[in-house]
Design a protein around this ligand. Structure first.
Ligand SMILES: [Zn+2]
Length: 425
C-alpha cells in the first residue's frame, strides 16, 4: 500500500516539475526595478519556458495554482560577476598546484560553481583558467549535469615571457614546460595564433594580460607587458568571431595600451591616472575593479609586496585603490562588478557590494554594476540583467531592502536560473 502511495506521489511530483518547467509564477512582496532604481510592491512574475512572460500586480494571484510565495521577500535580477576563476583554488593554500591533475580543477569547479550560484550569481564571466577547465565546466552547467551560474569563459589568459600568470616563471630554465595553453606568447604572430587556438577551442571571450601582476613571481604589477600591436592582433582575431577582449591591467601605461588596442574592459585598474580615466570614458571601455580581492589580499592576508616595486604599505595600497574606484565612479566611467573570486573563497562574491558603497558608490549603482551594466559588458543585456518581460527568469530573493542595506545581498534566500529553482530559503 505504502509503495502505491509513494509511486503516486512521485508521479505527481514529476508532473508538477514538468508543469513548472513550462509555466510557473512567483508572488513577490517587492521587486527591485534596477533601471528605475526603485522598489515595486506586490508583484506576480509569470515564467514560461525559462523566460519572464508577464509581470503583473499581485491582485490576480488566485489564478495561479503552483505559485511560489515570496511575499515576505524582495526579488531582484540574478547577480552577475564579471571577473571569476571558477576552476581556480588559489585561496586554498592546502592545494599544491604542482601535484594537481588537470581534471581536479574541473572537479573543484563543480563545487565552486554551486557556491557561486547559491550566493545569488546566476551569470559569471570567467577570465582565466588552467587549460580548458572553464570550457568543460561551462558546458557541464549548460547541459544541466551540475548546478552553477551561466558561464562566459576565456580559457587561459594570454601573457608574455616573464608575464603575469606565465607558468614558466616559477621554473628554473631547465625545467620549463613544453608549449601549452599556459605558455607565454611573444610578438603579434604568436598572439594571433594563440587567439585563434582559443577560439577554435570554444572560448566566449579573450583575456590578455596587459601588465604584470601580484600573484606571479618575477612579475611587476605596474609594468606594462604586451605592446599595442600585439594586443591589436588579439582584438582583430576576436572581432572576426564577435568576441570581446578583457585586459588585465594594473599600471597606467598598460591600461592605456590596452584601451588603444581596442580592449573592451580593463580588469583591476590599480594605478589609474587621470589620463586613463579620460580614455576609459572616451573609448567607452568598462572598468572592473575587484575591491574584495584587493581587500582580502592586502588587508586580510597582508600580502608581501617587497618584490613588486610598490612604495606603499598594504593598507595604503588598498586605500589608494578604493580612492581610484571613487574617482572613476564620480567621473562617470562604466563600472561592471567583478571580484576575482579564487583569491578568496568562492561564494563570498557579494561581500564586495559593501566595499563599493564604502568607496563612495550609491547602493543602487553597485547593484546596477552587477546586473544591467555587467550584462551589457558580457553582451547579454537582451536576456538578463533586469526583470523584464521576455528576459530569462534569473531571479533571486532577499529579506529587506538592498537599496537601504546593501549587506542583505550577502544572505540570498532564493535562487532561480532560467525558470529553474536552485535554492529555497
Ligand atoms: Zn583574475
Amino acid at each position: 500500500m505504502s509503495r502505491v502511495i509513494l509511486s503516486v506521489l512521485l508521479l505527481l511530483l514529476s508532473l508538477s516539475n514538468a508543469a513548472q518547467k513550462r509555466q510557473s509564477a512567483i508572488w513577490a512582496g517587492a521587486m527591485l526595478d534596477v533601471v528605475e532604481g526603485k522598489l515595486v510592491n506586490d508583484v506576480i512574475i509569470v515564467i514560461e519556458n525559462g523566460k519572464i512572460s508577464k509581470i503583473n500586480k499581485a491582485s490576480n494571484k488566485n489564478q495561479y495554482k503552483d505559485i511560489i510565495d515570496l511575499s515576505e521577500y524582495t526579488i531582484l535580477p540574478g547577480l552577475i560577476d564579471c571577473h571569476t576563476h571558477l576552476t581556480n583554488p588559489y585561496f586554498d593554500k592546502s592545494i599544491d598546484v604542482y601535484e594537481t591533475a588537470i581534471a581536479t580543477y574541473g572537479i573543484l569547479g563543480t563545487l565552486y560553481a554551486k557556491k557561486t550560484l547559491d550566493a545569488g550569481f546566476t551569470t559569471v564571466r570567467d577570465v582565466g583558467a588552467v587549460f580548458y577547465s572553464d570550457v568543460a565546466l561551462r558546458d557541464a552547467i549548460n547541459k544541466d549535469w551540475i548546478p552553477g551560474p551561466r558561464m562566459y569563459v576565456s580559457g587561459k589568459a594570454l601573457t608574455i615571457t616573464g608575464g603575469h600568470g606565465a607558468w614558466a616563471n616559477w621554473m628554473a630554465p631547465h625545467m620549463e614546460l613544453k608549449p601549452n595553453p599556459g605558455f607565454p606568447v611573444d610578438g603579434k604572430d604568436e598572439v594571433r595564433k594563440r587567439t585563434r587556438t582559443l577560439i577554435k577551442n570554444s572560448v566566449d571571450l579573450i583575456k590578455i594580460n596587459a601588465t604584470g601582476g601580484f600573484g606571479t613571481s618575477k612579475s611587476i604589477p605596474g609594468a606594462s607587458s604586451f605592446t599595442i600591436e600585439e594586443m591589436q592582433a588579439a582584438v582583430e582575431e576576436a572581432k572576426k568571431r564577435g568576441l570581446k577582449v578583457a585586459a588585465h591591467a594594473h599600471g597606467a601605461d598598460g591600461i592605456k595600451n590596452a584601451i588603444k588596442a581596442g580592449a573592451h574592459s580593463i580588469e583591476h585598474g590599480t594605478f589609474l591616472d587621470q589620463e586613463s580615466i579620460d580614455m576609459l570614458k572616451e573609448y567607452k571601455v568598462y572598468l572592473v575593479m575587484d575591491l574584495l580581492a584587493a581587500h582580502v589580499e592586502l588587508i586580510e592576508n597582508k600580502e608581501d609586496l617587497t618584490k613588486k616595486q610598490i612604495n606603499q604599505t598594504q593598507s595604503e595600497l588598498y586605500q589608494s585603490y578604493a580612492a581610484n574606484f571613487q574617482k572613476a565612479y564620480d567621473q562617470g566611467v562604466r563600472m561592471a562588478f567583478g571580484t576575482d573570486a579564487s583569491i578568496f573563497e568562492h561564494g563570498r562574491n557579494a561581500e564586495q557590494f559593501h566595499l563599493m558603497v564604502k568607496a563612495g558608490m550609491k547602493e543602487i549603482d553597485a547593484i546596477r554594476s552587477a546586473t544591467i551594466v555587467a550584462a551589457e559588458l558580457i553582451g547579454v543585456e537582451k536576456n538578463t540583467g533586469s526583470l523584464d518581460e521576455g528576459k530569462w527568469a534569473d531571479i533571486i530573493a532577499v529579506k529587506g531592502n538592498p537599496i537601504k542595506d546593501i549587506r542583505v545581498l550577502e544572505k540570498i534566500e532564493f535562487v532561480m536560473k532560467e525558470g529553474k529553482v536552485y535554492k529555497v530559503f
